[in-house]
Structure formats: C-alpha cells, structure tokens
Design a protein around this ligand. Structure first.
Ligand code: UGA
Length: 442
C-alpha cells in the first residue's frame, strides 16, 4: 500500500477528531470519520463543521469533494475500511474528584475491537491519565478476533483550538508511545511529509507518551498562573505586570509565550487536565509531586474573583440593580468553545449578585445562550453596552481590542471599563474619558 493512499479511520469527530480527519484527507490519505452522534455525522457529511474553527469549513468541503473523506456511525464499517484507527474521543472531567472520565475511550476500544478480523493498529490521541494506554492495549487484544495482532499505541496531540488546522498540518513534534515496530511504522507513515520537513519524531514507551501531553499542559497552566501570581503581587506592591512580563520575556530561557497576565485559563483542556493529573498522581501515591498544581488552579480562580472585585469597586460597592456589559463568552478568541469559560463564569457570578448582565461575543453567543439562560445577550458590542454602568472585556477578540472608546462612550451610562485580558491601551482609553482598570496594573 502506498503511504499516500493509506486508509485511516478517525473515531470521535469533536474538535480534535474532525480537524484531524479533514487534515489527513488534505494530506492525501483516505479517511473515514466515525461518531456515535448521528446528527454530528449528518452535519459533517453535508460539509458543515459543528463548531467554530478557522479554516476547517473550507478544508472539510475540499476533502469531501475529493472523495478522500467520508463519515459513518458504524464500527464494522471503519474496521473493514482501515488498518490504522485513531481514537480522538473526549476525556472530560468525571466529577468533583477531578479524575478523567474514560467512558468514551473505553467505549471506542470496546466497540471497535470485536470487528478487527485482520491485523490492525489502533492509536489513541485523546488526553488520558498515565497508565490508561497499557490497560487499553490488553483490552483491545482480548476483545479483537485477531488477538495480539490488534496493537495499540498512544500518540498525543498538541493542537490549540482556533489553530487546529495549522497545528495538525505543521505540528511542532510527533510523539508515539509504543514498543511495536508495526505501530511505529504506521504512525511514521502518517506523518512522513512532516518528518521530512524536519518535525521531530519521538518514539517512547506508552507511559511517557501519555505523560508528555499532560505535563505539557501542566507546564502551560503553570506559566500562566506564574505571571498571574506576579500580577497579584504587582497590584499590592504598586508595580505593573505588563512591563514585568515584557522584561522577563527577553530572557529566552523564560520566553514571552503564555506569559500573558489576565483573567487566566479556561477551556476544555488546561483546567481539567491539571485536575486529572493531580487525581492520577494521588492514585499513584505521588500526590506531593503535583501539589503545586493545586496552587496553579487556585491562582487561576482568584483572578476571576479579582476581576469581579474591580468591577464592583468601580460601581461603588454593589452589583444590585446595576447594568453590566460583558464582552466575550468564549474561553479564548477564535473559538466558540465555552467550556470552563472564565468570561461566562464571571458574568454568571455578577448576575447572581443582582446585576442585569448583557453578554456579546462574535461567535459563541448561541452556545452561551443555551447554557446560561439567566444572562442577557446582544447581537453587537454597541447594543450590549447600551446603558452600562460598567463594561468588562473578558475575551480578547480583535473586535474588542480595536474597539473605539468614543463610540462605546456614546452608548454607556458610565464610562467605566475593566480590562480582564490586558487587551487595551490604558492611555488611549483614559484620554477618551474612561475610568480604566486592569489586572496586575495600577
Ligand atoms: C491547550 C494547549 O495549548 C494545546 O497545546 C493542547 O493541545 C490543548 O490545550 C489540548 O489539550 O487539547 P487550548 O485549550 O486550545 O490548548 O487553549 P490555549 O491556547 O492553550 O489557551 C488556554 C487558556 O489559557 C485560554 O483561556 C487563554 O485565554 C489562557 N491564556 C493563554 C492566558 O490566560 N494567558 C496566556 O498567556 C495564554
């Protein structure tokens, strides 16, 4: 089989799976995407992406047209079609314990395995607690008619929402956890173009591969909370965390990325991944090794509280009966994902304290409306800001970064703004008569 005609199945068509499927088809592979959600499969078949991801619509349309990408809900069909199966299902937070919910990963393996009648390679891409893959490998071999010839490896992905296409087509590294030459060969064939272009290809054991993913996310979360801890200190010490971060960034051992102080991290990955990592460390008896992540989480939560405090101070101490505008609902710009969105968390808390809160977001309104019906929603920034006692910028969309302070001033009741993402130029806004407050600055 020629590498570029290799047939691949992608199990799970959420953010990760749908992006992976379309990108692999773009790279020349024959791809069959599977999801148990019929409605999602119908949408994808008709060329519609069920979520907002820049560039993915176009790629999906192109891949469907080329005939290289198809979708199904049938496990027997994917088993018949492909020799390489990628598991891209979600691993949400299970409950209060913070542990990962592995039910979708388990179900994917259990439903695929009975159909594997010829040698097959199954590669997990989902983020899982260390130790999961080894269990899955034995489960797969036990359930598959071909037995040990159904082999499992783990190859975490590192794509960012909003940059999913770019990060998949041009990853900064490929990691495959396996001790099987056949699994390694299949994964190498998948990324041959990228490897030829110089993308590092690392072969590790299963446990290391699983750990690479969670430790990368733990590091990123730690970096964000580090600078947010410096913001807390700056607030009381009279310093400016933006200048501090810039000065730190010129030391290339530190670097400037993920050193942006503000409302902190949210989304479907960083928050749940650090909690699942701590829960796993606890199970493994190495809880102290990750106890610092509890602080990382706590610092992150305190930024939300501080943002609310700044707004409350600006309006004289109480939210009761006040009109509040929240700009942003997505957990970050270029995404319609509202999972653990700091913006919506802050908006809901302020509403629960008695204010009328109106939210505007360029793409996440529909999702926000469905999950937070107690908030008001507006279809534009200016409409949302009408009559506001205070405006909070909580997701740094370009539209907000480039907002005209005079235009906004014309519709609000009071020119007061809390910049929760340090996205605006304070001098510019103050010059237009606004009372401007931000996290980590005076
Ligand atoms: C994250 C990782 O960055 C990806 O590498 C990883 O593959 C992915 O999780 C995953 O596990 O699937 P993502 O959740 O899409 O990606 O979002 P990020 O771009 O990492 O942003 C996370 C949060 O951190 C956002 O709420 C963002 O606003 C916040 N952030 C980011 C800051 O508060 N400050 C910064 O300087 C950077």
């Amino acid at each position: 089989v020629e590498a570029d005609r290799m047939r691949v199945s992608v199990i799970g068509t959420g953010y990760l799976g749908a992006t992976t499927a379309a990108c692999l088809a773009e790279m020349g592979f024959e791809v069959l995407g599977l999801d148990v959600d019929e409605a999602k499969i119908e949408m994808l078949r008709s060329g519609r992406v069920p979520f907002f991801e820049p560039g993915l619509d176009e790629l999906l349309g192109k891949s469907l047209k080329s005939g290289r990408l198809n979708f199904t809900t049938s496990f027997s069909e994917v088993a018949e079609f492909a020799d390489l199966h990628l598991i891209c299902v979600g691993t949400p937070q299970r409950d209060e314990s913070g542990a990962a919910d592995l039910r979708y990963v388990n179900a994917a393996v259990e439903q695929l395995a009975p159909h594997l009648n010829r040698p097959a390679v199954v590669v997990g891409r989902s983020t899982v607690p260390v130790g999961t893959a080894a269990t899955m490998a034995s489960r797969l071999a036990a359930l598959a008619p071909v037995g040990e010839e159904a082999e499992l490896g783990w190859s975490p992905e590192f794509l960012r929402e909003g940059f999913g296409v770019e990060d998949t087509l041009r990853p900064n590294r490929i990691v495959i956890g396996t001790d099987s030459p056949r699994v390694e060969k299949a994964v190498r064939a998948l990324w041959q173009q990228q490897v030829d272009e110089g993308v590092p290809f690392l072969v590790t054991d299963l446990q290391t591969a699983e750990l690479v993913k969670v430790s990368a996310n733990a590091f990123l979360a730690t970096k964000i909370s580090f600078i947010n801890a410096m913001a807390e200190v700056s607030e009381v010490a009279g310093a400016d965390v933006i200048q501090l971060a810039e000065a730190l960034s010129y030391d290339d051992r530190i670097g400037g990325k993920f050193l942006g102080p503000g409302l902190g991290f949210g989304g479907g990955c960083l928050p749940k991944d650090i909690r699942a990592f701590m829960a796993r460390a606890d199970e493994l008896g190495v809880e102290p090794a990750l106890s610092f992540l509890r602080e990382v989480d706590a610092i992150n939560q305190r930024r939300r509280a501080r943002t609310i405090d700044l707004a409350r101070q600006l309006i004289g101490g109480s939210f009761a009966g006040r009109t509040v505008t929240v700009l942003g609902a997505a957990f970050k710009p270029n995404s319609d994902d509202i999972r653990d969105s700091p913006a919506l968390d802050v908006a809901s808390t302020i509403a629960s304290l008695g204010a009328q809160v109106t939210v505007y977001d360029p793409v996440a309104l529909e999702r926000a409306r469905a999950e937070h019906p107690q908030l008001n929603y507006a279809d534009s920034m200016l409409e949302a800001a009408r009559g506001a006692d205070v405006v909070l910028l909580l997701t740094e969309w370009t539209e907000f970064r480039e907002a005209n302070p005079d235009e906004l001033a014309a519709v609000v009741a009071q020119k007061r703004i809390v910049d929760g993402r340090n996205a605006l130029d304070p001098t510019f806004w103050r010059a237009s008569g606004w009372t401007y407050r931000a996290l980590g600055r005076q």
